[in-house]
Write a protein that binds this ligand. Structure first.
Ligand SMILES: *[C@@H]1O[C@H](CO)[C@@H](O)[C@H](O)[C@H]1NC(C)=O
Ligand SMILES: *[C@@H]1O[C@H](CO)[C@@H](O)[C@H](O)[C@H]1NC(C)=O
Length: 443
């Protein structure tokens, strides 16, 4: 291998690693642990060196895209030509930032299947308003009983467009029930849903901007370096924050963890938002792409104690089983164990610091060796917009199974300290409903 100096970008699933040291660093982290394929993007000048390295590590490789820029050019040109409707359809369009906020406002004023209120997490570095919606069961007047929350965010990594699209589709399904799905009422009966579809709006908007920016991952802050912009927000959360664990201290790196935890307004916004909901939130999903993994904490250290690991796995399997039955193979696991350690993630913070036990990072489509999406695998982050609907529909089925499992867990709890405690005797339900009103009233 002999330490050939090399600067390039290696994209492993949705985790990008910049190699600025000798090529030998490709073996660190140990990619063989995943026993699955990884996508690696290299500059033309380094192609031969990387091929040699792969062979010397005893791995095999295939060239899936000869020229990534060509794919990006084609993708960009198609988008530039497309006629944009005033109210783009979330089932077949990747919305831009303003369209997302317009959509959320429209949902708030016209939802038919639920009550929806819009709120703000705050502003991004470039001043974009970061909105979320709270979706609750329709009431015919009177006061609403606060329920436990399912909290979903998306778009922390700018280029993972299917993640915000999925979040918008969840909102669409709950608010309008376009498929006349009888389960929607049940989902709103069991939980209140809080969804923030695009929490890194500067990065997201930048990834729409040109044919050269589509693969942007980070925020767009300018304060950390003279010309390299942004921080990897999913290395910037303040639980076990450590640039040396799956991140970087180099501001030019795609996985720059920032100068300190919560250096970014975007992560600080999410922190406040989650903190306010910590007592009611029973399930937190921070949506990413791609690779089809259901990952659970702790990303910082696979051996960190998790008393509830069995439950974490069970709830994740409820999701994965449904997706598997639809031909989308998902792997369930601890992110540090299944992939490699990465500190400073939102899911670790939610669980470790805020005590939201069931906290996950779903890596959405496309999957690695999944026959149904094999052809999409080649495109990775550039999942064609015509695929949005089937991904959203299949994933929604999995989320429903997950929600039911979570509901059973907390609704049947018999621990006296738990405000949701229910006795086996049905007659207690009304009494406990009132009790719940009081217990939840101050959140
Ligand atoms: C749902 O029901 C409405 C009203 O009955 C109907 O107009 C619509 O076509 C149905 N949608 C689907 C997807 O079945
Ligand atoms: C919780 O209760 C429901 C129905 O009341 C039942 O179907 C489910 O199996 C129970 N779950 C657990 C974990 O006991």
């Amino acid at each position: 291998m002999g330490g050939v100096p090399f600067v390039g970008v290696v994209a492993l699933l949705s985790f990008a690693v910049v190699i600025s040291s000798p090529l030998g660093s490709l073996t660190e982290p140990d990619y063989s642990k995943t026993a699955r394929s990884a996508d690696v993007m290299v500059g033309q000048a380094h192609f031969d060196d990387v091929q040699r390295l792969i062979r010397s590590a005893g791995l095999t490789s295939t060239v899936t895209i000869e020229n990534v820029q060509k794919v990006l050019d084609k993708d960009f040109n198609e988008r530039r030509r497309e006629k944009r409707s005033v109210q783009p359809d979330v089932t077949n369009t990747y919305l831009k930032h303003n369209e997302i906020n317009d959509f959320l406002a429209r949902v708030q004023s016209t939802a038919t299947a639920a009550d929806v209120t819009m709120g703000s997490l705050g502003q991004s570095f470039e001043g974009r308003d970061t909105q979320y919606v709270t979706i609750t069961q329709k009431t015919a007047g009177g006061t609403k009983r606060d329920k436990y929350l399912i909290v979903i965010d998306a778009g922390i990594h700018a280029r993972e467009w299917i993640a915000p699209a999925m979040a918008l589709n969840i909102i669409n399904k709950l608010a309008f029930n376009p498929d006349n799905d009888t389960d929607v009422a049940e989902m709103l009966e069991k939980f209140d849903w809080v969804v923030a579809p695009s929490i890194n709006p500067d990065g997201y908007e930048y990834s729409h901007e040109s044919r050269y920016t589509r693969l942007w991952r980070k925020t767009r802050t300018t304060k950390h370096h003279s010309y390299c912009r942004g921080v990897d927000p999913n290395r910037n959360f303040g639980f076990d924050w450590n640039p040396a664990v799956g991140g970087s201290s180099d501001p030019c790196s795609d996985i720059y963890a920032g100068p300190r935890a919560f250096s970014e307004p975007e992560t600080e916004n999410v922190r406040q938002w989650l903190t306010n909901m910590r007592n009611r939130a029973k399930l937190y999903l921070t949506l990413h792409a791609y690779g089809q993994y259901m990952l659970y904490p702790y990303g910082s250290d696979e051996n960190r104690r998790r008393e509830d690991e069995d439950l974490l796995v069970e709830v994740a399997n409820a999701f994965a089983n449904v997706l598997n039955s639809k031909g989308r193979r998902y792997s369930v696991g601890n992110s540090a164990g299944l992939l490699y350690p990465a500190a400073g993630g939102a899911d670790d913070y939610a669980k470790g610091e805020l005590g939201i036990s069931l906290s996950y990072t779903p890596e959405l489509a496309p999957g690695a060796d999944d026959p149904k999406v094999q052809t999409d695998w080649r495109v990775g982050f550039m999942l064609p917009k015509r695929k949005i609907k089937s991904v959203a529909d299949d994933t929604w089925e999995g989320l429903k199974a997950m929600a039911r499992r979570v509901f059973d867990e907390y609704d049947n709890a018999t621990d006296d300290d738990d405000v949701s405690s229910r006795s086996d005797w049905d007659g207690w339900d009304d009494i406990f409903d009132e009790w719940n009103d009081d217990a939840f009233g101050d959140d």
